[in-house]
Design a protein around this ligand. Structure first.
Ligand SMILES: Nc1nc2c(ncn2[C@@H]2O[C@H](COP(=O)(O)OP(=O)(O)OP(=O)(O)O)[C@@H](O)[C@H]2O)c(=O)[nH]1
Ligand SMILES: [Mg+2]
Length: 328
């Protein structure tokens, strides 16, 4: 059975509103373009495949990934002697699914420390959504019955500490703040970890600055924070979450490569998926970075953070392609 039919059978009735709403722009753009392509070329030819590749690239799938997907679709179509473009849509989803999973199960579960305090360090360029993601995560953890502690280690940007403090009040979650203005971020992290250990918190969530005076300083700062965590806990952070803004497109890949040189990034959080029509960035991340996307931001509220679910993602990105075709 084709993947889409399987997904539909599995997900039918368990509609995930966050994915449904959050991927609306991407879905409209993707299906509109694919439908237009199928009506332009009823029978597939080279031009059809070239245009299909363009559509994937325009959805931020990335050149390499787009060309891989198209070449596999082309092969499969030949093998199955499919010449009608409308029939190709099924293969597109099958191939995307197969390429993303690479026949293996991709883990999207956050890594918790089963021996003691769990530490999540949040990094990313300014404005990517770090502080908001941290708040959303705290909300999720609290909902799971865990005791999270927010650590306001962005002492560089004016208003950053205050922003996190407002979230902490809104969500009723504890926060470690700097004791004095412009305090060294490393020492705020140190104090946060001390407090968490002393008062039996389950998870510390460390917010960091997205920009300092220059890139070297930012690197040194993150390096230092990471060292302090290692010294204090005896191990690396359980997750170093790199926050990428989905609306920045391929630029995000370059940012990730830069951050990976500084800290041991363990996973990606892709924010603002609701604000982009280019949901294909997830596939580009798979192609260029050997990092799992573990969380997606689908709005500005505390509840708008979801574990990345490939099945929900693909289903909600493509389901309009098949409306009306179901009963045929
Ligand atoms: N629509 C939408 N907006 C988001 C999402 N995540 C964050 N934002 C918004 O993006 C803006 C920046 O978010 P912040 O969390 O302050 O970003 P930051 O990375 O902490 O920024 P700096 O502290 O300046 O480095 C805010 O207006 C957020 O509400 C999301 O998933 N969807
Ligand atoms: Mg911030």
């Amino acid at each position: 059975m084709a993947i889409f039919a399987k997904l539909k059978a599995k997900l039918f009735g368990v509609k995930n509103d966050k994915y449904d709403q959050g991927l609306k722009k991407s879905r409209l753009s993707f299906t509109q373009k694919l439908k237009a392509l199928s009506s332009k070329h009823k029978i597939v030819n080279q031009e059809y495949f070239d245009e299909l590749e363009e559509i994937l690239i325009s959805a931020d799938v990335g050149h390499k990934m787009a060309s891989k997907i198209v070449s596999e679709i082309n092969q499969e179509a030949r093998k199955r002697k499919i010449s009608q473009s409308a029939e190709i849509n099924n293969i597109i989803i099958d191939k995307i699914f197969a390429i993303y999973t690479d026949e293996e199960v991709v883990s999207t579960k956050l890594n918790f420390n089963d021996k003691g305090l769990t530490c999540f360090l949040i990094v990313g360029v300014n404005g990517s959504g770090k502080t908001t993601t941290l708040a959303k995560l705290a909300y999720k953890l609290k909902d799971l019955g865990k005791k999270p502690l927010l650590v306001a280690a962005d002492t560089f940007r004016a208003g950053a500490v205050e922003q996190l403090k407002l979230w902490s009040e809104k969500l009723d979650v504890a926060i470690q703040m700097p004791i004095k203005p412009q305090q060294d971020p490393g020492s705020v992290v140190f104090q946060g970890l001390e407090q968490a250990l002393k008062n039996n918190y389950d998870v510390v969530l460390i917010d960091t600055a997205g920009r300092l005076e220059n890139k070297v300083n930012l690197m040194q700062e993150l390096n230092k924070i990471n060292k302090i965590i290692k010294q204090k806990l005896g191990h690396e952070p359980d997750e170093v979450l790199l926050v990428l803004d989905a609306t920045t497109g391929q630029n995000g890949i370059i940012q990730a490569q830069e951050f990976e040189k500084i800290v041991p990034v363990s996973a990606i959080v892709l924010t603002k998926m609701d604000g982009t029509a280019k949901g294909g960035i997830i596939l580009a991340i798979k192609e260029y970075l050997d990092l799992p996307v573990k969380l997606v931001g689908l709005g500005e509220q505390a509840t708008d953070l979801e574990e990345f679910d490939l099945e929900q993602y693909l289903y909600n990105l493509t389901r309009d392609l098949f409306t009306g075709a179901d009963d045929e």
